[in-house]
Design a protein around this ligand. Structure first.
Ligand code: FES
Length: 77
C-alpha cells in the first residue's frame, strides 16, 4: 500500500523515483514553432487539468511526496 508513514489517511504518489531529492523537476528544450514559451505537464496525476499541471502537486508537500511538474521550454533554433 502507498500510505504515508504516520499519516494513514494520505497516499504518496512517488514511491521509487529519486527519493533522495526533496523535489523532482525535469526540464528540457524542444525546437518547435508550435510551442509557447513553455509547457508545464503534470507528473503527479492529481491535476484537474491533466495532462497539464494546475499546481495541485503542492498539496503533496504535506505528505512528504516530492513530485513536481515536467517543464518543457521552447528552444530557439
Ligand atoms: Fe501534477 Fe503539478 S499538478 S505536477
Amino acid at each position: 500500500t502507498f500510505y504515508v508513514k504516520d499519516c494513514p489517511n494520505k497516499l504518496m504518489v512517488n514511491l521509487y523515483i529519486q527519493k533522495d531529492n526533496s523535489e523532482i523537476v525535469h526540464a528540457f528544450e524542444i525546437p518547435s514553432k508550435e510551442l509557447g514559451d513553455k509547457i508545464v505537464y503534470c507528473h503527479c496525476w492529481k491535476s484537474k487539468n491533466f495532462s497539464f499541471c494546475d499546481g495541485s502537486h503542492t498539496k503533496h508537500e504535506e505528505t512528504g511526496d516530492n513530485m513536481e511538474p515536467l517543464i518543457v521550454n521552447k528552444k530557439e533554433t
